[in-house]
Design a protein around this ligand. Sequence first.
Ligand code: ATP
Length: 346
Amino acid sequence: MRDSEFFGHVTALAPGKVNLSLRVGPLRDDGYHDVATLYFAVSLYEEVTAAPRDDGAITVSLSHRSAFTSVDHKDPQSGRTLTAEVPLDSNNIAYRAAELLRQTLQQRQASVLSFPANSSEVSSSEAPGPSGGVDLTITKNVPIAGGMGGGSADAAAALLACSALWEAGLTKDQLAELGANLGADVPFSILGGAAVGQGAGEELSPLLTRGELHLVLVPASVGLSTPQVYQTLDTLRAEASITAEVPELDADLVRAVCTSDTAQIAALMGNELQAAAVHLTPDLEDMMDAGMAEGALQGIVSGSGPTVMFLVHDAAAAVQLATRLEESTGVWAIPVTGPASGARLL
Ligand code: ATP
């Protein structure tokens, strides 16, 4: 038994991600875009603690250890900068994860109890359906609205922690399938490592990798809304009469990630959302230039941005680049490694 279980609560970690490649197809009827992406989990983890409560309520709070608690956004209409707190109600994706899991377990219990395969063998204790609530405490270490799937990692960690708390007996694959209903990046945060993502990003093909990559992440002070970045890409493409093609990943890049061939990854990594993110936050271009001038092998925007990621040769180069960037630009730069493992219980 884990210490945490003895004390009645369970803590789970789930990693943030970068996209070493992100190709974006045309807008689909359901409002999403088809993508072909190379997900890469990094050693920056969200932490979610789930503690039982008797009254059936689900609550969310942020731990004082959080590196991020709110995010500034530029209002597209007025151009003004607005500060948004992480929602602590049913709009929080971790809340929705706990609610979805509880509902799923209750439905499973109801169906087992009404249609027992063999009534003499099935008891309610074999098909537990939680009736209690849960207090979720999130420690945010992944930038908010930063294009690194921080909210998705919270959902992944909440699913894992609540699943253990409620003794759901679900596998990681089952949790990942459930997580796809919450967001396209949730399954990847559960599974971790490196994977090709297709569909809206939720159809995963895990990659077998050897070796490690070293990256430096630079969170921006003003967040970007993922839907707004995709809309901007559509507008930029329409203005330039560019027709989006069925997205496909470069097979050489996929091979290079499997063997941690840093030089080849630096040559082939890229992000089709970058132009839109830079259009909305022009300073990102200067940040990428600054990193390259300080010796990065490559620098691109992560996902929908505005976090910028730099690829470097090794751990020493990562620390050196982070220090130099902090000195020259005053930003906070975070050295990380990957592929990081997926969501796990502490
Ligand atoms: P992605 O890369 O998956 O598109 P992101 O990392 O850019 O996402 P998130 O930090 O996941 O962005 O969250 C984006 C928005 O979602 C926030 O601005 C906030 O309004 C809302 N949100 C809901 N739940 C959470 C959560 N647990 N943490 C952070 N933001 C949340």
